[in-house]
Design a protein around this ligand. Structure first.
Ligand code: NAP
Length: 464
């Protein structure tokens, strides 16, 4: 029997999946690719994670579109692998499956009061303001004067900007309408950002940190005493410090040296060497207790935060956003490394629990390496996984699956998911959002519920 063209399923149409599809099409023009996506819309965190005031990054959508969907890659949106179709079924229909499912939940702090109303994972706030349909119903109360953001990474920077930007600035973005309404009425005057380690260890990239210090009518404050480096950090910065760490310390010193701006609309207070110990309140967040840390070198050489004493400082606040990193969740019927929260893999080839490679199963992006790096990091990451896949194809290591034809998976999905969103459906959603955006002088106005998204997609199917 003639061997049909290799067919590859990519699970997750976020940046990692899109980079992998584009790279695979470049490496192997003969491969057919189907992109499976749980949501009715593609591009994952580019749509649902990147902050609305970073529209220039969102233009990457056009690149993804031209390098994947316009090159024949199919989209199976609104299809959840593990629920609507199993891993075993994918393996019966595709030569290879690449998991690009990212890290779908947040890390917890493990402190009392973490679950009080008013304490949220920053990822929930992000999904809400970006119009993720599963988060539309959340109700953020922005009536208090002070919010506290825990964590010193780029997500912390994003949510801090979103809490301090003016309604006028937000109105020009694609922030979800339901969020715009609430942010417009926000009474928050101050956002305190807590880093458990020092200025030299902040996880912000320098451009995000610089931006925090240059927001319109926002006074970004740093206490000079808190940017003063301790001897351990000074030595670390001199001997091993990265370019980013040096730049961040320089920027923070600049912020600390500035005079206060008493007329500013809002304030950001960047604090260092402070860990939350308890979130308090009677039925909802009213305050957070923090403790001072010092840095110590751990046995593995890393610099860790250690509490200096028992003394506690209380910061009154009505909102806490915990921004301490994402975490991947296991996928049904696929091995999972419970220690590192990734699919166990070597250069993207997923391994079985006995350490042997699972033929035809690959991983890319955060589910492969953990939630690190900026968007562009996924490009190099995808190149590595795709080169392993291409090598395996060349070596004949991937047998033809029992149901190799595209009409076979189409028949299965037509039966299971009549409301699947294909490329045409997505184009209809996209056109609808862009058109509404045009009439309101915004980049786009997002449809933020599954029903609205599915009916916009279905309208395209009726016309077709
Ligand atoms: P992240 O960069 O890993 O930062 C997490 C922060 O949380 C770190 O400051 C970490 O401190 C702190 N933290 C962790 N556990 C803590 C605890 N128990 N108590 C107090 N603080 C704690 O994670 P992220 O901000 O979620 O971002 C995820 C990835 O997406 C990053 O690679 C980021 O650069 C990327 N991203 C990029 C952009 C952009 O390019 N504009 C935007 C958003 C996200 P330690 O360092 O002490 O662990």
């Amino acid at each position: 029997m003639a061997r049909s063209r290799p067919r590859v399923a990519i699970v997750g149409a976020g940046p990692a999946g899109a980079f992998a599809a584009a790279c695979l099409l470049r490496a192997r023009g003969d491969v057919e690719i189907d992109l499976f996506e749980r949501l009715p819309t593609p591009w994952g965190l580019l749509r649902g994670g990147v902050a609305p005031d970073h529209q220039e990054i969102k233009r990457l959508e056009d690149t993804f579109d031209s390098q994947t969907l316009q090159r024949g890659c199919r989209l199976f949106g609104n299809v959840e692998v593990g629920v609507d179709v199993s891993h075993a079924e994918l393996m019966r229909h595709y030569t290879a499956v690449i998991y690009a499912t990212g890290a779908q939940t947040d890390k917890s702090l493990g402190i009392p009061g973490e679950d009080l109303p008013g304490s949220w994972a920053a990822t929930e706030f992000v999904a809400w303001y970006n119009g993720h349909p599963d988060y539309r119903g959340l109700e953020f109360d922005l009536s208090a004067k002070r919010a506290v953001v825990i964590g010193n990474g780029n997500v912390a920077a994003d949510v801090t900007r979103m809490l301090t930007r003016s309604a006028r600035e937000l109105e020009r973005t694609d922030v979800a309408d339901h969020a715009l309404e609430v942010l417009r009425e926000s009474r928050i005057e101050e956002v305190v950002v807590l880093g458990r380690r020092g200025p030299a260890q902040a996880a912000f990239t320098s451009s995000e940190l610089r931006e925090l210090g240059h927001l319109d009518e926002v006074d970004t404050r740093v206490d000079p005493a808190e940017v003063e480096l301790d001897p351990v950090s000074r030595r670390w910065l001199a001997e091993e410090g990265t370019f980013t760490a040096r730049k961040n310390v320089e920027l923070l010193n600049e912020f600390a040296a500035r005079p206060a701006q008493p007329g500013a609309r809002r304030r950001i207070q960047l604090r260092f060497l402070r860990s939350p110990v308890e979130i308090r309140g009677n039925g909802r967040v009213a305050a957070i207790d923090i403790r001072r840390n010092e840095l110590v070198r751990a046995e593995d050489g890393s610099l860790r935060a250690r509490p200096v004493d028992e003394e506690v400082e209380t910061i009154e606040c009505g909102l806490v956003l915990r921004s301490v990193g994402y975490r991947a969740v296991p996928l049904p019927d696929v091995p999972f490394d419970e220690r590192h929260f990734v699919l166990p893999n070597e250069r993207g080839r997923v391994r079985a629990p006995d350490g042997e490679p699972l033929p035809g199963v690959y991983a890319v992006g955060w589910i492969k390496r953990g939630p690190t790096g900026i968007l562009g990091t996924n490009k190099r990451d995808a190149e590595e996984t795709v080169s392993c896949l291409a090598e395996d194809l060349r070596a004949g290591a991937l047998p033809q699956p029992p149901n190799p034809g595209r009409e076979q998976i189409d028949a299965l999905l037509a039966e299971r998911k009549p409301d699947l969103v294909g490329v045409e459906g997505w184009r209809a959603i996209d056109a609808h959002e862009l058109e509404r955006g045009l009439s309101e002088q915004r980049p786009r106005v997002k449809l933020a519920s599954r029903d609205e998204l599915l009916s916009a997609a279905a309208a395209a199917a009726k016309v077709a």
